[in-house]
Structure formats: structure tokens, C-alpha cells
Design a protein around this ligand. Structure first.
Ligand SMILES: [Zn+2]
Length: 441
């Protein structure tokens, strides 16, 4: 049966590649694919479902290029010792929380994050998962949650040596099995990367095995890279080289690999990143929260590096993260005009990163999959193709996403979820699980 949808009367932002604002336009979608875009009223097309945007902003769904679903259970957690250093944040919070995750907890933490993503118009997510006492099958549980929400996600398990050899091997196996399973499915919803935690928790032996496995699958890797100076210091002390040099030595870098953070990389490392065409994913809110520094977006841009944006689980709202990226760039350069163009490019760069993993998304054009959001924003000042990003950062970002559509399926309409999941029930269940986890903190 044909599935057709028409979105009427849009103020349409076509996407970061074409960058056009088109006023009073309709979008016609058939079986998940954008078939036509035309001036409202200029064509008579009937569709099974009609959504009237009524002059609101319609644009491609957002992409989160570095996320941790499992962090959902940290919201409100107040039993954690204060941390003075980055490593203490890991030891006191994250490495205690992730060890308590069962497969069920993993599933619910992901479901909560995914529902929040729908509510914030984030339609594609690149996640990085850890649950050292429930590794086997964890990515398959997350996949179930992703599929039940109808979003697109790339999943991986963060391998590390922090919990002993057995856990390392289980992590390696989980990535390998999940990527192979995923290849068989071969759809445009769930993908796999080979996950690695960070240089300072990975021995040469583990990196070598991960490199062999990941490269044999041509999957690309997803790793935290130079998030804190202590990671660089550890690498120099143990291996007499910087992190990116070490990752390069083990053939971890490449166009599909995600290098999250890169707060502390130097010029030589940037050269290696560029030569390998590996994308860097910035997470400004997380870096500010952990007090590790501000990654240098201007230098990444100047050096021709593909730099994207993730939230590192600080939020599911990419517009909030985009604003933070701009404020942090101003602060770093002590210049309130620094980096507007470079920060605006984060949307385009996230699109480029996502297109290395998913097909035909992130741009509203004929032939693409319909991943579309509607925002409750009526421009109250002149809006054109020339000033869209000013509206996005300072205006649209302050508005609710009312409707989220992925692959032509309406996942939320007028703030109401349409995915057959009782949100309140899911959140109550999640809260019960989180409560039990917290009680053993
Ligand atoms: Zn992270």
C-alpha cells in the first residue's frame, strides 16, 4: 500500500547543503521519500495524511554525532563524590553508573533518550555505549529501542581495558557481532561502528586487535580523543607519542571514524586528522561541564578538518548545543564576533558525517528520505536564506519542535508521540530502574 504525506504551508529551510529558505511551500512524501517540493496551491496532490505547518519553520531533522544513551540514568543523581579532575568524574560517576547497567536498564536508558530525541527533533544519533557487566547483547537491546522509536542510530560498544581482559574481549566481540548482524540487515535505520573508549584505557595489544577486527569489517571507529590533557599526558608518558599519532599507528583513523572531543590536540595531530579525513566531533557543553577546556573550532576550520557536533549526552537538543558552541567560541577567542560562520557550518558538517553512514538524509530535496521537523516558530523579524543561522541560533532554538518525521513516518505530531509507546509508563519504569541503581551508589 502506498504511504503518502503532504506538509503544507511551510516556511521551509531546505537544509545545510542548499541553504535555501522557501516561503509558503508544500512537501509531498511517498513511501518515505520526498517526491515533490512546490509552492503551496500550485499543484493539487492528494495524500493519505496532511500536516498543515501554517507558516511555521520546517527543516531537516537534527543529527547528534556523539551521544551516550546510557547517561539517561544520571539525571538528578546526587550521591556522587565531588570530582576535581576529569578522571575523577569518570571514576566517581560514569564508571560507577555503567557497571550497574543490566541489559534491561540499557534498553530503558536508551528508550528514554530516544523519546527525548524525538521531542527535540533529533532524528539521527551516533551513540557510544558502555555497560561492563552486561556487554553481550547490549547493542542488540539498544537496537530494539531505536527501532521501536523509528529513529536512525549508529551504535557501538566502548571497548576498554579498565575492567580486565575478559571485559575487553567481550567488548571487542560485541562490536564485531553487532556490525556483522547489522550488515545482514542492511537498512538505513541502524548502523554499527567499532567502539573504543579512549587512548588512556586501551593497551597496544587491545588497540591492535580492535584495529584488525574493525578494519576487516571496514566499519570505522568511534573513540574519545584528547578530551582532557591527562589523556595526552598518559599517551606521551607510556608511548612517547601523542594520541592521534598513536591512533594513526594502529590504523584507527579514516573517513568513517568519529574522534569525539579533540580538546587537546596540537597542530601536528590536526595535520594527521586532516590527511586521514577523520571527522572530529565537538561537545562544547560537556567540555565546559567537565572543565577540560574548549576545542578550537577556528583551528579545525582553518586546517580543513571536518568538525561536527555532538552532545555527549548533555542534552538531546542540538540547537542548545549549537548555541553553546558559539558562546564557547566567543569565550575562547575573547571576541564576541568570532566563529559565527564556522559554528553555523556545524549543521552541514554533521550532515557530511552522517552521510558517511546513512544514505540520502539531512536535506529536504527530491529523492531523499523524509526526515523532517516542524518548529513552533513564526519569524518576527525578516528571514531569508542569508540570515537563517542567526534565526536558528537566537530564535528558532528557543521554540518547541512540534512535529518529528523520520522516513516519512510521523513520530510526533503537535507534541504528541505517535510511536505506539506510552511515554509516561516508559519514564516511570525507567525511573524505578534508575532508583534501584542509585540505591547501590
Ligand atoms: Zn562521550
Amino acid at each position: 500500500m502506498q504511504k503518502t504525506l503532504i506538509i503544507k504551508n511551510a516556511v521551509l529551510f531546505t537544509g545545510p547543503e542548499s541553504g535555501k529558505v522557501l516561503k509558503n511551500y508544500d512537501i509531498f512524501v511517498r513511501n518515505g521519500i520526498i517526491e515533490d517540493i512546490f509552492k503551496s496551491g500550485s499543484k493539487k496532490i492528494n495524500a493519505k495524511k496532511t500536516i498543515d505547518a501554517n507558516g511555521r519553520i520546517v527543516m531537516p531533522g537534527f543529527i547528534n554525532s556523539h551521544m551516550h544513551f546510557y547517561s539517561s540514568f544520571s539525571t538528578g543523581l546526587n550521591r556522587v563524590k565531588p570530582s576535581e579532575k576529569f578522571i575523577e568524574v569518570l571514576e566517581n560517576l560514569w564508571w560507577r553508573l555503567d557497571k550497574k547497567l543490566s541489559l534491561k536498564a540499557t534498553y530503558y536508558s536508551a528508550l528514554v533518550a530516544l523519546i527525548n530525541a524525538i521531542k527535540n527533533g533529533t532524528t539521527t544519533i551516533i551513540d557510544h555505549h558502555a555497560s561492563p557487566f552486561a556487554i553481550r547483547g547490549s547493542l542488540f537491546e539498544i537496537e530494539k529501542a531505536v527501532r521501536s522509536c523509528g529513529l536512525r542510530a549508529s551504535l557501538c560498544y566502548e571497548v576498554s581495558d579498565r575492567d580486565g581482559k575478559k571485559k575487553t574481549i567481550e567488548g571487542l566481540r560485541e562490536n564485531y557481532e553487532f556490525i556483522r548482524h547489522n550488515r545482514k540487515n542492511n537498512d538505513n535505520f541502524v548502523k554499527g561502528l567499532f567502539g573504543l573508549h579512549a587512548s588512556f584505557t586501551l593497551s597496544d595489544e587491545t588497540l591492535a586487535i580492535a584495529s584488525d577486527l574493525g578494519n576487516s569489517l571496514d566499519s570505522g571507529f568511534h573513540i574519545h580523543c584528547a578530551e582532557d590533557i591527562s589523556d595526552e599526558e598518559d599517551c606521551i608518558r607510556k608511548y612517547n607519542m601523542r594520541i592521534v599519532e598513536r591512533l594513526n599507528k594502529f590504523s584507527i583513523l579514516g573517513p568513517k571514524t568519529i574522534l569525539a572531543h579533540c580538546v587537546c590536540v596540537n597542530e601536528r595531530e590536526m595535520d594527521i586528522i586532516r590527511i586521514n579525513d577523520a571527522p572530529v566531533v565537538l561537545n562544547p557543553q560537556s567540555n565546559a561541564n567537565n572543565a577540560v577546556g574548549i576545542s578550537d573550532i577556528l583551528k579545525f576550520a582553518k586546517n580543513g578538518i571536518l568538525y561536527g557536533l555532538g552532545t555527549d549526552a548533555m542534552t538531546n537538543n542540538m540547537m542548545e548545543e549549537l548555541r553553546a558552541a558559539l558562546w564557547m567560541c566567543h569565550l575562547k577567542n575573547k571576541n564576541p564576533s568570532a566563529g559565527f560562520a564556522e559554528v553555523s557550518k556545524l549543521l552541514l558538517n554533521n550532515q557530511k558525517i552522517a552521510l558517511r553512514h546513512f544514505d540520502k538524509i539531512a536535506e529536504i530535496k527530491k529523492g531523499n528520505y523524509a526526515d523532517i521537523v516542524i518548529l513552533d516558530y513564526y519569524p518576527h523579524t525578516p528571514l531569508s536564506s542569508d540570515n537563517f543561522y542567526g534565526h536558528l541560533i537566537f530564535g528558532i532554538s528557543q521554540s518547541d519542535v512540534t512535529t518529528t518525521i523520520v522516513n516519512g513516518d510521523v513520530l510526533m505530531e503537535n507534541r504528541e508521540l505517535k510511536i505506539g509507546i506510552d511515554e509516561k509508563e516508559v519514564f516511570e519504569k525507567a525511573s524505578n530502574i534508575a532508583g534501584k541503581i542509585w540505591s547501590s551508589f
